[in-house]
Design a binder for this molecule. Sequence first.
Ligand code: C2O
Length: 494
Amino acid sequence: AETKNFDFVVNNAVVSPDGFERSAVLINGQYPGPLIKANKGDHIVIPTHNELADPHMRRSTSIHWHGFFQPRTSAMDGPSFVNQCPIPPNTTFVYEFDVNDQTGNFWYHSHLSTQYCDGLRGAFVVYDPDDPLKDLYDVDDDGTIITLSEWYHVFAPREMTNFSSLESSHSGLINGKGRFNGGPLVPYAVVNVEQGKRYRLRIFALSCRPFFTFSIDGHNITFIEADGIEHDPVEFHSVDIYAAQRISAVLNANQPVGNYWIRAPPMGGSPKNNPNFNPNLTLAILRYKGAAEEEPTTLDVQGHKLLDTEMHPIQQLGPGKLGDKPADKSITLNIDNTRNPPFFDINGISYVSPTVPVLLQILSGAKKPEDLIPSEQVFVLPKNSVIDITFPTGNLHPFHLHGHTFDVVRPSDGEFNYKNPLRRDVYPVNGNTTFRFFSDNPGAWFLHCHIDWHLEAGLAVVFAEAPEENVSGPQSQITPEDWENLCPMYNELS
Ligand code: C2O
């Protein structure tokens, strides 16, 4: 294990990933943000300098390291007003945490309002020198990292007053390149392979809204990892990857030398509201060594679509370790958006950020639900307990839990499976669904729909896990008397 330092300058610059120029919120001027690579056990230090200046977008920021458990470092998790105050412009905040034994595909993104839709998103890979599945592939390098994202020609709205019209992006990007109807013929990203080799593809849905149906013409690929958890290999042709989900899949370059389309049409939202948007323009090129440098002419031939119920964690990670006994604590979350749009409610309440970050409330002594603000949206979890979260309904909302992975013991409207359930950190709730996890990680953890418009419209709750445990943080000496002055720069300069 080593210490890995990455210097992040959060700044504004004009970029044009699909040929349309716009100002964006970026890390070191790049879209997508710089790839972060670490090894199992590393200590990560990321001084984050906020140089945001464009008044069209938020000027404060905070960054979430999506998928990392942050044991005893809940203060480094990133969500504004849950784990920290936003970082004001012209200041530096140092993120520092251990990846511990987590490996696989993670990512990072702004966690202030809808700011990551304006650009602040990137991939984060943790390699495992002793990967139990490494016999399945020959190559695992930067060349086979594939980011999927959608892109907007307008600034992300600060208030969700008319979000249904804003749900559609203008284009979809693969490795930061894409096209829109009527736009220039931006060269597509190329993934280079050599015939006869097997490649570990690492595929990231750095998405604010859509899910992506990923496939490669003429090839089946083999799923092996979801959200940092290795799963038994399953061969498939296409897979739906929801906002914030990641997978690894092995591509066997066993087809004739040539060029093949990689496809990832973004789906969901209201694309009909945007005449520029054409999902079929979200493409990249798989190019075999020796093939001509030209665009493929291959056709999309449908094959097996990978199902959630086919995904089972590999044995040594302990599938079903949480057992089938009744949960120690069960929480039911009823999703409702029948109230005047654009609000989403959970159990009748739309989440609103508190002015004092929930973690700092805990660190200053709040222990009971009634001590916590907003009390009806913060659930206290007892320590070392089996927790069930049940959503009686849902309409493809990709829910993400911070601080944990969860077992999907009831997939959407499916059969209960306590034996070898899918384990991940984002799952699209689509009907009656239950997540199960073990509360062994004290801190404040957000649970929310990862469609960022829906989060901003209130589709979220916060867990105060084992608040009696002392998780230290940089602002842990705060007293309730200090609360009103805690995040002052934000209100002036957001
Ligand atoms: Cu990837 Cu709360 O986020």
